[in-house]
Design a protein around this ligand. Structure first.
Ligand code: PLP
Length: 273
């Protein structure tokens, strides 16, 4: 069973209700964050907290709890879930607005959820992505606005793909819910603009320092023609190989050894977390 914290009270998550004047509901004014525990411990807590705090500051929402108080809530919820590892979802919205527009006091929800791992076949065969000309609004904020990918869900499925890869004027940014990397020889390249700064991305960049030249810079679509491998990173996907982008096959169309190597390093890290 999962529990949730909502504005100071902890109850089973299915008993939490949010009122109809909430600005998240009425105006799409909200942000969230999402991370996992490994061996019962929140993964990269300092980094996720920092991102959550920055997202709230960008949307001018004052945080009702400090870092240590929030950590105590997280550990309380993890304990109550009484199962192995869990996902944590933080959601913060503009709160209840009597005039349907002004922020008075944000609503903060923190809850545990089951983890939904990626099917193993996707790691074995890699995934395909559909190119989409789009840039996320306020890309550095982990906003609750995912209407682009929800709108395109049937198009993605019809193409036998798993997600969108956003690009604008030939410059790649990220997937709808994860970051993007290419491997070219010994170089590992990841876009640095119009992206959410993923915590998994940051972890992989750090892990890769020892064996790769890591380049964080604008990445052009044309560079995909020379790429040996591509992969995407997120809290749930970890390091997931991409073998096709639109009509273009990446490298030899198989999961590459360097993507596999970085996934193995990530698995080593979480095994001892
Ligand atoms: C737009 C976007 N980019 C990247 C990511 C990956 O971030 P993380 O590795 O912190 O999960 C996410 C995660 O949901 C996302 O929504």
């Amino acid at each position: 069973m999962h529990y949730g914290y909502f504005n100071g009270t902890i109850v089973p998550s299915d008993q939490i209700g949010v009122g109809v004047t909430d600005l998240g509901l009425l105006r799409g004014y909200g942000l969230f964050d999402y991370f996992l525990t490994y061996n019962g411990r929140p993964f990269q807590w300092d980094w996720y907290w920092e991102r959550f705090r920055n997202s709230a500051a960008s949307l001018r929402l004052p945080l009702p709890l400090g870092k240590d108080e929030t950590y105590a809530v997280v550990m309380d919820l993890v304990g109550r879930a009484d199962q192995g590892d869990v996902a944590l979802r933080f959601v913060m919205t503009g709160g209840y607005a009597p005039d349907s527009i002004s922020i008075v006091k944000p609503n903060l929800l923190i809850m545990t959820e089951d983890i939904h791992p990626v099917p193993p076949v996707q790691y074995e065969q890699g995934i395909r992505v559909v190119l989409d000309e789009y840039v996320r609004d306020m890309a550095e904020v982990k906003s609750t606005d995912y209407k682009r990918v929800i709108l395109k869900d049937s198009e993605i499925r019809a193409a036998g793909a798993s997600d969108l890869l956003y690009q604008k004027d030939g410059e790649i940014s990220e997937l709808s819910r994860s970051n993007f990397f290419v491997v070219s020889g010994n170089r590992l390249i990841t876009p640095n603009q119009h992206i959410l700064r993923g915590i998994t991305r940051r972890t992989i960049m750090e892990l890769a320092q020892a064996d790769f030249e890591v380049e964080e810079r604008p990445l052009l679509l044309s560079e995909l023609y020379d790429a040996d491998e591509a992969f995407t990173t997120s809290s749930t996907k970890q390091v997931l190989p991409i073998v096709q982008v639109g009509d273009l096959t990446i490298g030899n169309g198989q999961v590459g050894p360097k993507s596999q190597y970085l996934l193995d390093r990530f698995n080593d890290l979480i095994a001892n977390w």
